[in-house]
Design a protein around this ligand. Structure first.
Ligand code: NAD
Ligand code: UGA
Length: 367
Protein backbone atom coordinates (compact mmCIF):
# COMPACT_ATOMS: atom_id res chain seq x y z
CA UNK A 1 0.00 0.00 0.00
CA UNK A 2 1.03 3.65 -0.45
CA UNK A 3 1.17 4.03 3.36
CA UNK A 4 3.60 1.13 3.71
CA UNK A 5 5.77 2.50 0.94
CA UNK A 6 6.01 5.86 2.69
CA UNK A 7 6.81 4.17 6.00
CA UNK A 8 9.61 2.13 4.40
CA UNK A 9 11.04 5.03 2.42
CA UNK A 10 11.16 7.33 5.42
CA UNK A 11 12.76 4.79 7.74
CA UNK A 12 15.44 3.43 5.37
CA UNK A 13 18.91 4.82 6.20
CA UNK A 14 20.94 6.45 3.45
CA UNK A 15 24.34 5.51 4.86
CA UNK A 16 26.02 2.21 5.67
CA UNK A 17 25.27 1.17 9.25
CA UNK A 18 22.80 4.02 9.50
CA UNK A 19 20.11 3.63 12.12
CA UNK A 20 16.45 3.14 11.46
CA UNK A 21 14.79 5.20 14.19
CA UNK A 22 11.18 5.42 15.27
CA UNK A 23 10.77 8.91 16.75
CA UNK A 24 7.64 9.21 18.87
CA UNK A 25 6.38 12.76 19.39
CA UNK A 26 8.01 13.73 16.07
CA UNK A 27 5.60 16.62 15.51
CA UNK A 28 6.59 17.99 18.92
CA UNK A 29 9.29 20.50 19.76
CA UNK A 30 12.21 18.22 20.64
CA UNK A 31 10.99 15.40 18.35
CA UNK A 32 10.91 17.54 15.22
CA UNK A 33 14.43 18.86 15.82
CA UNK A 34 15.84 15.38 16.53
CA UNK A 35 14.09 13.85 13.50
CA UNK A 36 15.64 16.43 11.20
CA UNK A 37 19.10 16.02 12.70
CA UNK A 38 18.95 12.23 12.35
CA UNK A 39 17.69 12.44 8.77
CA UNK A 40 20.33 14.99 7.79
CA UNK A 41 23.15 12.69 8.90
CA UNK A 42 21.69 9.80 6.88
CA UNK A 43 19.68 7.77 9.37
CA UNK A 44 16.22 6.49 8.48
CA UNK A 45 13.51 8.19 10.52
CA UNK A 46 9.84 7.43 10.94
CA UNK A 47 7.74 9.71 13.12
CA UNK A 48 4.69 8.90 15.22
CA UNK A 49 2.46 11.57 16.75
CA UNK A 50 -1.19 11.91 17.70
CA UNK A 51 -1.28 15.67 16.99
CA UNK A 52 -3.27 16.30 20.15
CA UNK A 53 -4.47 19.82 20.92
CA UNK A 54 -2.69 20.38 24.25
CA UNK A 55 -1.21 23.37 22.41
CA UNK A 56 -1.89 24.85 18.97
CA UNK A 57 -1.96 21.84 16.59
CA UNK A 58 -1.21 24.12 13.63
CA UNK A 59 2.33 24.51 15.01
CA UNK A 60 2.63 20.71 15.01
CA UNK A 61 1.38 20.64 11.39
CA UNK A 62 3.95 23.29 10.44
CA UNK A 63 6.72 21.16 11.96
CA UNK A 64 5.31 18.16 10.05
CA UNK A 65 5.48 20.15 6.80
CA UNK A 66 9.09 21.02 7.50
CA UNK A 67 9.90 17.36 8.16
CA UNK A 68 8.12 16.18 5.02
CA UNK A 69 10.35 18.50 2.95
CA UNK A 70 13.22 16.40 4.29
CA UNK A 71 11.44 13.11 3.50
CA UNK A 72 10.53 12.37 7.11
CA UNK A 73 7.06 10.87 7.26
CA UNK A 74 4.96 11.08 10.43
CA UNK A 75 2.36 8.38 11.05
CA UNK A 76 -0.64 9.88 12.81
CA UNK A 77 -1.48 7.63 15.74
CA UNK A 78 -1.43 7.13 19.48
CA UNK A 79 1.11 5.37 21.69
CA UNK A 80 -1.76 3.38 23.14
CA UNK A 81 -2.70 1.91 19.74
CA UNK A 82 -1.01 -1.50 20.12
CA UNK A 83 -2.01 -2.91 16.70
CA UNK A 84 -0.67 0.21 14.95
CA UNK A 85 2.68 0.02 16.79
CA UNK A 86 2.95 -3.72 16.09
CA UNK A 87 2.26 -3.08 12.43
CA UNK A 88 5.01 -0.44 12.27
CA UNK A 89 7.52 -2.87 13.79
CA UNK A 90 6.33 -5.57 11.35
CA UNK A 91 7.03 -3.30 8.38
CA UNK A 92 10.29 -1.79 9.67
CA UNK A 93 13.14 -3.49 11.60
CA UNK A 94 13.82 -0.41 13.74
CA UNK A 95 17.28 -0.41 15.31
CA UNK A 96 16.32 2.39 17.72
CA UNK A 97 13.37 4.18 19.24
CA UNK A 98 13.69 7.79 20.34
CA UNK A 99 10.64 8.06 22.56
CA UNK A 100 9.68 11.70 23.10
CA UNK A 101 5.89 11.55 22.93
CA UNK A 102 4.36 12.48 26.26
CA UNK A 103 1.92 14.76 27.95
CA UNK A 104 4.34 17.55 28.87
CA UNK A 105 3.80 20.62 31.03
CA UNK A 106 3.88 20.74 34.80
CA UNK A 107 0.76 22.67 35.71
CA UNK A 108 -1.74 21.30 33.18
CA UNK A 109 -1.64 18.09 35.24
CA UNK A 110 -4.02 19.73 37.69
CA UNK A 111 -6.60 20.25 34.94
CA UNK A 112 -6.20 16.99 33.07
CA UNK A 113 -4.47 14.37 35.23
CA UNK A 114 -5.68 11.43 33.12
CA UNK A 115 -3.79 12.57 30.02
CA UNK A 116 -0.51 12.15 31.96
CA UNK A 117 -1.39 8.62 33.02
CA UNK A 118 -2.57 7.73 29.52
CA UNK A 119 0.46 8.98 27.56
CA UNK A 120 3.34 8.88 30.05
CA UNK A 121 2.50 5.66 31.88
CA UNK A 122 0.08 3.49 29.83
CA UNK A 123 1.44 4.72 26.47
CA UNK A 124 5.04 4.09 27.52
CA UNK A 125 4.20 0.57 28.70
CA UNK A 126 2.40 -0.12 25.44
CA UNK A 127 5.46 0.96 23.46
CA UNK A 128 7.74 -1.20 25.63
CA UNK A 129 5.44 -4.21 25.17
CA UNK A 130 5.65 -3.87 21.39
CA UNK A 131 9.42 -3.20 21.44
CA UNK A 132 10.09 -6.24 23.61
CA UNK A 133 8.24 -8.48 21.15
CA UNK A 134 9.89 -6.97 18.06
CA UNK A 135 12.57 -8.79 16.11
CA UNK A 136 15.14 -7.27 16.28
CA UNK A 137 14.54 -5.61 19.63
CA UNK A 138 15.36 -1.90 19.27
CA UNK A 139 17.48 0.10 21.69
CA UNK A 140 15.30 2.73 23.34
CA UNK A 141 16.25 6.27 24.34
CA UNK A 142 13.44 8.15 26.05
CA UNK A 143 12.70 11.54 27.59
CA UNK A 144 12.52 11.68 31.32
CA UNK A 145 12.68 15.11 32.97
CA UNK A 146 14.52 17.32 35.46
CA UNK A 147 11.21 17.44 37.31
CA UNK A 148 12.01 14.01 38.83
CA UNK A 149 14.36 15.80 41.25
CA UNK A 150 11.28 17.53 42.63
CA UNK A 151 11.83 19.34 45.91
CA UNK A 152 15.38 18.04 46.19
CA UNK A 153 17.74 20.77 47.40
CA UNK A 154 21.03 19.25 46.27
CA UNK A 155 22.80 21.72 44.01
CA UNK A 156 23.57 20.73 41.28
CA UNK A 157 21.54 17.55 40.68
CA UNK A 158 23.44 14.35 39.91
CA UNK A 159 21.79 11.23 38.55
CA UNK A 160 22.13 9.37 41.85
CA UNK A 161 20.46 12.11 43.89
CA UNK A 162 17.10 11.42 45.43
CA UNK A 163 14.01 11.56 43.21
CA UNK A 164 11.34 10.63 45.73
CA UNK A 165 9.70 14.05 46.18
CA UNK A 166 7.88 14.88 42.94
CA UNK A 167 6.08 18.24 43.07
CA UNK A 168 3.57 17.51 40.29
CA UNK A 169 1.72 14.59 38.75
CA UNK A 170 3.77 15.25 35.60
CA UNK A 171 6.95 14.65 37.60
CA UNK A 172 5.43 11.55 39.20
CA UNK A 173 4.64 10.04 35.79
CA UNK A 174 8.17 10.78 34.54
CA UNK A 175 9.57 9.12 37.65
CA UNK A 176 7.19 6.19 37.09
CA UNK A 177 8.60 5.94 33.56
CA UNK A 178 12.09 5.44 34.99
CA UNK A 179 10.88 2.67 37.31
CA UNK A 180 8.94 1.01 34.49
CA UNK A 181 12.02 1.18 32.25
CA UNK A 182 13.98 -0.61 34.94
CA UNK A 183 11.59 -3.56 34.93
CA UNK A 184 11.65 -3.93 31.12
CA UNK A 185 15.41 -3.80 31.15
CA UNK A 186 15.59 -6.30 33.99
CA UNK A 187 13.13 -8.86 32.65
CA UNK A 188 13.40 -8.54 28.87
CA UNK A 189 16.91 -7.22 28.31
CA UNK A 190 15.66 -4.10 26.55
CA UNK A 191 18.36 -1.46 26.23
CA UNK A 192 16.89 1.67 27.82
CA UNK A 193 18.46 5.11 28.21
CA UNK A 194 16.53 7.86 30.00
CA UNK A 195 17.38 11.51 29.40
CA UNK A 196 16.43 14.08 32.02
CA UNK A 197 15.97 17.26 29.98
CA UNK A 198 16.11 20.61 31.79
CA UNK A 199 13.60 23.26 30.58
CA UNK A 200 14.42 23.09 26.87
CA UNK A 201 13.83 26.19 24.74
CA UNK A 202 14.46 27.42 21.19
CA UNK A 203 12.98 27.91 17.72
CA UNK A 204 9.82 25.85 17.05
CA UNK A 205 9.37 25.64 20.83
CA UNK A 206 6.31 24.98 22.95
CA UNK A 207 3.73 27.79 23.33
CA UNK A 208 2.83 26.56 26.83
CA UNK A 209 6.31 27.34 28.17
CA UNK A 210 7.14 30.60 29.97
CA UNK A 211 9.85 31.93 27.62
CA UNK A 212 7.45 31.46 24.69
CA UNK A 213 4.33 33.13 26.09
CA UNK A 214 6.39 35.82 27.84
CA UNK A 215 7.66 36.77 24.36
CA UNK A 216 4.14 36.83 22.99
CA UNK A 217 2.72 38.81 25.91
CA UNK A 218 5.58 41.32 26.01
CA UNK A 219 5.12 41.97 22.28
CA UNK A 220 1.37 42.39 22.76
CA UNK A 221 1.78 44.70 25.75
CA UNK A 222 0.08 42.24 28.12
CA UNK A 223 1.28 41.76 31.67
CA UNK A 224 3.20 38.66 32.69
CA UNK A 225 3.12 36.84 36.03
CA UNK A 226 6.40 36.09 37.78
CA UNK A 227 6.21 33.62 40.64
CA UNK A 228 8.42 33.40 43.72
CA UNK A 229 9.43 30.51 45.95
CA UNK A 230 7.89 29.87 49.39
CA UNK A 231 10.69 31.86 51.00
CA UNK A 232 10.31 34.78 48.56
CA UNK A 233 13.35 33.87 46.49
CA UNK A 234 13.46 34.03 42.72
CA UNK A 235 12.69 30.78 40.92
CA UNK A 236 15.57 29.63 38.70
CA UNK A 237 15.82 27.17 35.82
CA UNK A 238 18.72 25.51 34.07
CA UNK A 239 17.32 26.60 30.66
CA UNK A 240 18.85 24.37 27.96
CA UNK A 241 19.05 25.26 24.27
CA UNK A 242 17.44 22.85 21.83
CA UNK A 243 20.59 22.24 19.71
CA UNK A 244 22.46 21.10 22.80
CA UNK A 245 19.64 18.72 23.70
CA UNK A 246 19.56 17.35 20.14
CA UNK A 247 23.30 16.61 20.34
CA UNK A 248 22.68 14.86 23.65
CA UNK A 249 19.88 12.73 22.18
CA UNK A 250 22.02 11.69 19.21
CA UNK A 251 24.96 10.97 21.51
CA UNK A 252 22.76 8.76 23.68
CA UNK A 253 21.48 6.90 20.61
CA UNK A 254 25.01 6.43 19.28
CA UNK A 255 26.27 4.93 22.53
CA UNK A 256 23.14 2.94 23.40
CA UNK A 257 23.84 -0.71 24.02
CA UNK A 258 22.05 -3.36 21.99
CA UNK A 259 18.99 -4.99 23.47
CA UNK A 260 19.81 -8.56 24.38
CA UNK A 261 16.42 -10.21 24.58
CA UNK A 262 17.36 -11.51 28.00
CA UNK A 263 17.50 -9.42 31.10
CA UNK A 264 18.26 -9.98 34.71
CA UNK A 265 21.82 -10.31 35.85
CA UNK A 266 22.86 -12.32 32.81
CA UNK A 267 26.32 -11.64 31.49
CA UNK A 268 26.28 -9.02 28.75
CA UNK A 269 22.72 -7.91 29.52
CA UNK A 270 22.07 -4.29 28.53
CA UNK A 271 22.22 -1.70 31.30
CA UNK A 272 19.55 0.82 32.17
CA UNK A 273 21.16 4.23 31.83
CA UNK A 274 19.88 7.66 32.98
CA UNK A 275 21.54 11.01 32.16
CA UNK A 276 21.00 14.67 32.93
CA UNK A 277 20.91 16.86 29.81
CA UNK A 278 20.99 20.40 31.17
CA UNK A 279 22.93 23.59 30.67
CA UNK A 280 24.74 23.56 34.06
CA UNK A 281 23.91 27.22 34.65
CA UNK A 282 20.63 28.11 36.36
CA UNK A 283 19.12 31.51 35.57
CA UNK A 284 16.45 33.29 37.64
CA UNK A 285 13.18 33.89 35.80
CA UNK A 286 13.63 37.67 36.31
CA UNK A 287 16.84 37.47 34.29
CA UNK A 288 15.05 35.52 31.55
CA UNK A 289 12.54 38.37 31.36
CA UNK A 290 15.19 41.09 31.19
CA UNK A 291 17.00 39.30 28.35
CA UNK A 292 13.71 39.12 26.45
CA UNK A 293 13.03 42.80 27.12
CA UNK A 294 16.39 43.63 25.59
CA UNK A 295 15.87 41.44 22.53
CA UNK A 296 12.35 42.76 21.95
CA UNK A 297 13.23 46.39 22.80
CA UNK A 298 10.09 46.48 24.93
CA UNK A 299 9.59 46.72 28.68
CA UNK A 300 7.55 43.89 30.17
CA UNK A 301 4.58 44.68 32.40
CA UNK A 302 5.62 42.51 35.33
CA UNK A 303 3.19 41.21 37.88
CA UNK A 304 5.18 39.64 40.70
CA UNK A 305 3.28 36.96 42.63
CA UNK A 306 4.72 36.33 46.07
CA UNK A 307 4.05 32.61 46.15
CA UNK A 308 5.01 29.60 44.05
CA UNK A 309 2.85 28.14 41.33
CA UNK A 310 1.33 24.82 42.23
CA UNK A 311 3.54 22.05 40.92
CA UNK A 312 6.62 24.28 40.49
CA UNK A 313 10.00 23.38 41.92
CA UNK A 314 12.15 26.24 43.27
CA UNK A 315 15.18 25.64 41.06
CA UNK A 316 16.83 23.19 38.70
CA UNK A 317 20.54 22.76 38.05
CA UNK A 318 22.15 19.89 36.17
CA UNK A 319 25.45 18.19 36.75
CA UNK A 320 26.21 16.67 33.32
CA UNK A 321 29.50 14.93 34.11
CA UNK A 322 28.06 11.51 33.32
CA UNK A 323 26.71 12.47 29.87
CA UNK A 324 30.04 14.14 29.11
CA UNK A 325 31.97 11.04 30.12
CA UNK A 326 29.78 8.60 28.18
CA UNK A 327 29.02 10.57 24.98
CA UNK A 328 30.83 13.89 25.15
CA UNK A 329 27.75 15.97 26.01
CA UNK A 330 28.76 19.58 26.50
CA UNK A 331 26.18 22.39 26.31
CA UNK A 332 27.54 25.37 24.34
CA UNK A 333 24.68 27.87 24.09
CA UNK A 334 24.08 30.44 26.82
CA UNK A 335 20.60 31.81 27.47
CA UNK A 336 21.10 35.17 25.70
CA UNK A 337 22.41 33.51 22.53
CA UNK A 338 19.68 30.88 22.53
CA UNK A 339 16.88 33.37 23.19
CA UNK A 340 18.17 35.57 20.37
CA UNK A 341 17.71 32.61 18.01
CA UNK A 342 14.29 31.89 19.46
CA UNK A 343 13.10 35.50 19.08
CA UNK A 344 14.36 35.60 15.50
CA UNK A 345 12.38 32.48 14.70
CA UNK A 346 9.31 33.73 16.60
CA UNK A 347 9.17 36.96 14.62
CA UNK A 348 9.67 35.26 11.28
CA UNK A 349 7.03 32.63 12.12
CA UNK A 350 4.32 34.84 13.60
CA UNK A 351 5.28 38.29 12.29
CA UNK A 352 5.19 41.02 14.89
CA UNK A 353 1.53 41.30 15.82
CA UNK A 354 2.31 43.87 18.41
CA UNK A 355 2.48 47.46 19.25
CA UNK A 356 5.97 47.48 17.74
CA UNK A 357 4.45 46.64 14.38
CA UNK A 358 1.59 49.13 14.69
CA UNK A 359 4.09 51.81 15.57
CA UNK A 360 6.31 51.05 12.62
CA UNK A 361 3.27 51.05 10.30
CA UNK A 362 2.19 54.40 11.74
CA UNK A 363 5.61 55.84 10.98
CA UNK A 364 5.50 54.39 7.47
CA UNK A 365 8.25 51.80 7.94
CA UNK A 366 7.70 48.37 6.49
CA UNK A 367 7.13 45.83 9.21
P1 NAD B 1 5.84 18.43 22.84
O1 NAD B 1 4.52 18.45 23.52
O2 NAD B 1 6.16 19.53 21.88
O3 NAD B 1 6.04 17.05 22.08
C1 NAD B 1 5.40 15.86 22.45
C2 NAD B 1 4.64 15.33 21.23
O4 NAD B 1 4.08 14.06 21.58
C3 NAD B 1 3.50 16.22 20.79
O5 NAD B 1 3.64 16.56 19.41
C4 NAD B 1 2.25 15.38 21.04
O6 NAD B 1 1.25 15.59 20.04
C5 NAD B 1 2.78 13.97 21.03
N1 NAD B 1 2.02 13.05 21.89
C6 NAD B 1 1.61 13.27 23.15
N2 NAD B 1 0.96 12.19 23.62
C7 NAD B 1 0.96 11.27 22.63
C8 NAD B 1 0.43 9.95 22.50
N3 NAD B 1 -0.25 9.38 23.50
N4 NAD B 1 0.60 9.30 21.33
C9 NAD B 1 1.28 9.89 20.31
N5 NAD B 1 1.79 11.13 20.37
C10 NAD B 1 1.63 11.81 21.51
O7 NAD B 1 6.93 18.37 23.99
P2 NAD B 1 8.52 18.50 23.94
O8 NAD B 1 8.89 19.74 24.66
O9 NAD B 1 9.02 18.26 22.57
O10 NAD B 1 8.93 17.31 24.88
C11 NAD B 1 9.42 16.07 24.38
C12 NAD B 1 9.66 15.14 25.55
O11 NAD B 1 10.61 15.70 26.43
C13 NAD B 1 8.43 14.86 26.41
O12 NAD B 1 8.51 13.53 26.84
C14 NAD B 1 8.59 15.82 27.57
O13 NAD B 1 7.92 15.34 28.72
C15 NAD B 1 10.08 15.78 27.75
N6 NAD B 1 10.66 16.97 28.39
C16 NAD B 1 10.57 18.19 27.77
C17 NAD B 1 11.15 19.31 28.37
C18 NAD B 1 11.09 20.67 27.74
O14 NAD B 1 11.48 21.62 28.42
N7 NAD B 1 10.66 20.85 26.50
C19 NAD B 1 11.83 19.16 29.58
C20 NAD B 1 11.89 17.91 30.18
C21 NAD B 1 11.31 16.82 29.56
C1 UGA C 1 9.53 22.69 31.71
C2 UGA C 1 8.60 21.92 30.78
O1 UGA C 1 7.39 22.61 30.59
C3 UGA C 1 8.30 20.53 31.29
O2 UGA C 1 7.62 19.82 30.26
C4 UGA C 1 9.60 19.85 31.61
O3 UGA C 1 9.45 18.58 32.04
C5 UGA C 1 10.37 20.66 32.62
O4 UGA C 1 10.68 21.91 32.03
C6 UGA C 1 11.66 19.97 32.99
O5 UGA C 1 12.73 20.55 32.87
O6 UGA C 1 11.61 18.83 33.41
P1 UGA C 1 9.18 24.39 33.68
O7 UGA C 1 10.62 24.52 33.99
O8 UGA C 1 8.22 24.52 34.80
O9 UGA C 1 8.86 23.00 32.95
O10 UGA C 1 8.91 25.42 32.49
P2 UGA C 1 7.95 26.68 32.35
O11 UGA C 1 6.54 26.33 32.54
O12 UGA C 1 8.34 27.31 31.07
O13 UGA C 1 8.39 27.61 33.57
C7 UGA C 1 9.70 28.14 33.64
C8 UGA C 1 9.79 29.05 34.84
O14 UGA C 1 8.96 30.19 34.65
C9 UGA C 1 9.34 28.40 36.14
O15 UGA C 1 10.28 28.74 37.11
C10 UGA C 1 8.01 29.07 36.47
O16 UGA C 1 7.84 29.28 37.85
C11 UGA C 1 8.15 30.39 35.79
N1 UGA C 1 6.84 30.94 35.35
C12 UGA C 1 6.05 30.22 34.53
C13 UGA C 1 6.46 32.19 35.78
O17 UGA C 1 7.17 32.87 36.55
N2 UGA C 1 5.28 32.69 35.32
C14 UGA C 1 4.47 32.01 34.48
O18 UGA C 1 3.40 32.53 34.11
C15 UGA C 1 4.87 30.73 34.07
Amino acid sequence: AAWEKQVRLSSTPRRTNGFSVLVTGAAGFVGSHCSLALKKRGDGVLGLDNFNNYYDPSLKRARQNLLSKHQVFIVEGDLNDGPLLTKLFDVVPFTHVLHLAAQAGVRYAMQNPQSYISSNVAGFVNLLEVAKAANPQPSIVWASSSSVYGLNTENPFSERDRTDQPASLYAATKKAGEEIAHTYNHIYGLSLTGLRFFTVYGPWGRPDMAYFFFTKDILQGKSIDIYKTHDQKEVARDFTYIDDVVKGCLGALDTAEKSTGSGGKKKGAAQLRVYNLGNTSPVPVGRLVSILEGLLSTKAKKHVITMPRNGDVPFTHANVTLAFKDFGYKPTTDLSTGLRKFVKWYISYYGIQSKTRKESQATGESG
